[in-house]
Design a protein around this ligand. Structure first.
Ligand code: GLP
Length: 266
């Protein structure tokens, strides 16, 4: 796992956006896996800027989102459909037919989930998966104890995740208890995983993920077994890492060919 420590979330978002820009310019038909939450907002703003100011072209891009709540409409202000429209898709030239987000209103959840996996395969697999991390180390909505080889499926949220996501819902409104999420195994098949984490509150999860033992109690630790994971954090989120001096040394002394992005385009 490559660990990149940046002075601020803005600086981190710029590094992440450059990696995605490089992928899109080299592979205009790239397949991106996308995440929601507060963490990727700066990245999406930077991608929008690159589209507007540098002509970054999303017309050939296909996207698959990690997850969605079960039982709320795509128009609901807290739905991940709405989040993606407002924070990225409305502002770039992606084709609506190339956007995939789990359908939280499907009548047949297992069938939908199997179909989502098939769509990812049919698109050629995910080139780069954007990820955030929960305070307990969950990725997507793969809560602690999720199978590390799980596929897209329904999950029940923990009290902690429900409380953390209450801020996106109106006061008094209940956060859905069920979600559809890509599995850890699905995420692990992305060619590159790009995880962002900011703030001291994420420090322990970041340290567990990068340096702790691999365990289903912290599903993000599965990424230690992934061939190409890039973890970009700000200084507070890096505060519990033990090998920061080494990570900084690696980043500052990269061979030229690795400076923008380290992954091959398939
Ligand atoms: C939710 C999302 C995750 C996200 C996590 C952290 O659980 N399903 O994809 O990484 O929240 O959210 P935030 O970035 O707001 O801290």
């Amino acid at each position: 796992m490559e660990v990149i420590i940046q002075p601020s979330p803005v600086a981190a978002a710029k590094v992440a956006a450059r990696i995605i820009e490089d992928l899109i310019r080299r592979k205009p038909s790239a397949v991106l896996g996308l995440a929601t939450g507060g963490t990727p907002l700066g990245l999406y703003q930077e991608l929008i800027r690159l589209h507007r100011e540098k002509g970054l072209d999303f017309s050939g891009i296909t996207t698959f989102n990690l997850d969605e709540y079960v039982g709320i409409s795509p128009e609901h202000p807290a739905s991940y459909h709405r989040f993606m429209q407002e924070n990225l898709f409305d502002h770039v030239n992606i084709l609506p037919g190339n956007i995939h987000i789990p359908d939280g209103n499907t009548k047949d959840v297992p069938r939908f989930c199997a179909g989502y996996e098939e769509q990812i395969l049919k698109a050629g697999g995910i080139d780069l998966q954007v990820l955030g991390i929960g305070h307990d180390g969950h990725v997507g909505f793969n809560e602690s104890t999720s199978s590390l080889v799980s596929r897209t499926r329904i999950k029940t949220l923990t009290e902690q995740t429900i409380a953390a996501n209450q801020r996106f819902f109106s006061e008094g409104e209940t956060v859905p208890h069920h979600v559809i999420t890509m599995g850890v195994g699905t995420i692990m098949e992305a060619r590159t995983c790009l995880m962002l984490a900011f703030g001291e509150g994420k420090g322990q999860a970041v340290a567990d993920m990068a340096e702790g033992p691999v365990t289903a109690m912290c599903p993000a630790t599965a990424l230690q077994m992934h061939r190409q994971t890039i973890l970009i954090v700000d200084t507070p989120a890096a505060s519990r890492l033990k090998r920061t001096a080494y990570y900084n040394h690696v980043y500052l002394n990269k061979p030229d060919f690795q400076k923008v992005s380290a992954f091959p385009v398939v």
